[in-house]
Design a protein around this ligand. Structure first.
Ligand SMILES: Cc1cc2nc3c(=O)[nH]c(=O)nc-3n(C[C@H](O)[C@H](O)[C@H](O)COP(=O)(O)OP(=O)(O)OC[C@H]3O[C@@H](n4cnc5c(N)ncnc54)[C@H](O)[C@@H]3O)c2cc1C
Length: 448
């Protein structure tokens, strides 16, 4: 009889299975109607960072990166973890004091030291393209445009400051997930391909799990790791989870002219902007109410990174210029305007991309959902039904947080020691009226 049934074999469910098996739980069944790691966990940009404005999120990410580094060590870096960092770039001189102040605050929260590099001789040390060992933590704030150009020659000459976050980079989410899954299977975790249709609760506790084919699995512990379907699976327990889903798209683009440096970090344009159009295009777009939005202000946050080895021409491009909250339809609806808008937006930071205007190679677009709470903290821990747990609402940080989230879930299930950040991610935090009050003015989600 399975003791633990985990609904969902995305990175969250797989990590939960891995850490539960590590903690000595023997009878674990992962149930998913799709192949493991094939839904949201197959759509991410695969980046990680410890640089978060929320101290509990920062602590969760630091722990997750510790765990990923240990797994990378033991596996010979099976999931290609690098340490290239995130580079936030601005062309607005007047933003530098606020940028510095925010960076100092995040540094003080535990992200590592902030090193400021003004004009003149600099001790700035660039990131290696591969590997993760012996790298600085914290961030380097580059305030000398010449230094920025020296290390990132593809950036616009207008760049006046760049914040290089160092405990950050990317990895292969599929390979990380596969590694955790293989290790969990070696410890006896089983996978069942089926849809969970119901959870039987009697006497206030979980008794069994009902599958689509009518089979019933006895279970004393049920873990909801259903990703974008977290709310639907929560309803099977009679628990209304306060989460919603946002559509997020991504473009894979063939940068055949090599505009984005193949050794670049994740590049983020930190300024709001207007898309670059020529005068005639601008007039034409502004005249039509359907296209006028393309001439209006766009938010900060367009970002890109190279994907694949030195010979790959692929770059990934993303920009959440308008938030779309919707029910999770699969496959997600794609927006034909998205690749052109992202390309134009990124050309503000990377002027070489203008060479592709009107003649861009056909981009590949896909997308998925950020399943999130109001304040963008995850849900990890027990539910009001005895034996029921949740690991989800991993929003746009599910790959980077998966290891610490799985470890935390396992500690809740097995009664292990809980880390300082555990209370911040409990569903029961919403029972506290003070916390609910804080939510009304919670404006920094930390999300890209
Ligand atoms: C465009 C994009 C970019 C992103 N970039 C990053 C990034 O750079 N870094 C980062 O850390 N994160 C990133 N993310 C977020 C990350 O991908 C997600 O947080 C993470 O994959 C969520 O994992 P999950 O296991 O919770 O969900 P999923 O991977 O969706 O897994 C949930 C599983 O539950 C199964 N399931 C649901 N209901 C049932 C049921 N009733 N019965 C059986 N099975 C069920 C589903 O079939 C699915 O396999 C990005 C996401 C998107 C969309």
């Amino acid at each position: 009889m399975p003791e633990v049934v985990i609904c969902g074999a995305g990175i969250a469910g797989v990590s939960a299975a891995y850490f539960l098996s590590q903690a000595g739980v023997e009878d674990i069944l992962l149930v998913d109607e799709r192949p493991p790691l094939s839904l949201t966990s197959d759509r991410s940009t695969e980046c990680y960072r410890n640089w978060w404005p929320d101290p509990d999120m920062l602590a969760l990410m630091n722990r997750s990166i510790d765990l990923m580094e240990a797994l990378a060590e033991e596996s010979g870096n099976a999931f290609h973890m690098n340490r290239r960092g995130y580079l936030y770039v601005t062309a607005q001189k007047d933003k530098i004091p606020a940028l510095t102040e925010r960076a100092e605050r995040t540094s003080r929260l535990g992200a590592g030291p902030l090193r400021v590099h003004a004009a003149g001789a600099s001790s700035y040390r660039p990131s290696p393209p591969e590997g993760f060992r012996e790298q600085p933590t914290g961030a380097d704030l580059l305030l000398d445009p010449a230094l920025i150009r020296e290390h990132f020659p593809y950036l616009t000459e207008r760049a006046v400051a760049a914040l290089h976050v160092r405990r950050a980079g990317w990895l292969s989410a599929q390979q990380l997930g596969r590694y955790l899954l293989e290790r969990a299977r070696a410890r006896g975790v089983r996978f069942v391909s089926a849809r969970v249709e119901g959870v039987e609760v009697a006497g206030g506790r979980v008794r069994s799990v009902r599958l689509k084919d009518g089979e019933t699995l006895p279970a004393s512990v049920f873990v909801n790791a259903a990703g974008p379907f977290l709310r639907q699976v929560g309803a099977m327990l009679g628990v209304d989870l306060p989460v919603y889903t946002e559509l997020h798209l991504k473009v894979a683009f063939k940068d055949l002219q090599g505009v984005v440096g193949r050794e670049a970090p994740l590049l983020i344009w930190d300024d709001p902007q207007h898309l670059p159009w020529d005068e005639e295009e601008r007039r034409f777009l502004a005249a039509d109410p359907e296209t006028r939005w393309l001439t209006e202000p766009f938010p900060a946050g367009a970002h890109t990174r190279p994907e694949g080895g030195p010979d790959s021409p692929i770059v990934l491009m993303l920009w959440e210029y308008r938030t779309q909250v919707m029910e999770p339809l699969w496959p997600p609806p794609l927006d034909e305007a998205y690749p052109e808008v992202v390309l134009r937006g990124l050309s503000t930071m990377l002027p070489g991309l203008r060479a592709y205007f009107g003649r861009a190679p056909r981009p590949e677009m896909d997308g998925g959902y950020y399943t999130r709470t109001r304040e963008n903290r995850p849900l990890i821990g027990p539910l009001p039904v005895e034996g029921a747990y949740v690991i989800g609402a991993l929003s746009g940080f599910g790959i980077m947080s998966a290891c610490a989230a799985g470890e935390l879930l396992a500690a809740h299930v097995t009664g292990g020691d809980l880390p300082s950040y555990a209370p911040a991610f409990l569903l029961s935090r919403y029972d506290d009226p003070d916390y609910r009050k804080r939510l009304e003015t919670w404006d920094e989600s930390g999300q890209l």
